[in-house]
Ligand binder design. Structure first.
Ligand code: HEC
Length: 95
């Protein structure tokens, strides 16, 4: 019986120390989009458009990220549909 409690005391502090989850869309953006669009969406490298000024809605952005356009590469082979959805949602928060 005396062996039942200690594991709980070991586990709880470990859970409390866990870092808060980072926004998945933000990480995907930094890793895949930042080199052209910049962390804040405004960099405009390689002819990229300023995302803070984009009027494209989620549907249009999803299509563009999935299929690419001009110098913007397609991401359908690099990201899953769920990841594209997350990165598009994050891009819409850039103002
Ligand atoms: C290799 C550089 C490059 C990378 C990487 C890149 N883009 Fe782009 N992006 C562009 C270019 C160039 C355009 C302009 C395309 C055009 O209209 O010809 C563009 C346009 C866009 C637009 C449309 C803006 C508007 O309203 O005109 C969105 C939204 C966008 N990118 C999102 C993303 C997202 C999200 C990612 C990451 C998953 C990403 N881009 C990665 C180069 C890039």
């Amino acid at each position: 019986m005396r062996c039942l409690l200690p594991p709980v005391f070991v586990l709880v502090p470990a859970l409390l120390r866990a870092a808060p989850p980072a926004l998945p869309g933000k990480i995907i953006f930094q890793q895949n989009c930042g080199r052209c669009h910049g962390a804040n969406g405004r960099l405009g490298l390689n002819g990229a458009h300023d995302l803070t000024k984009s009027t494209l809605n989620a549907f249009g952005r999803t299509y563009l990220v999935t299929n690419g356009l001009g110098k913007m590469p397609t991401f359908k082979t690099k990201l899953t549909a769920a990841q594209i959805q997350q990165v598009v949602a994050y891009s819409l928060t850039l103002k």
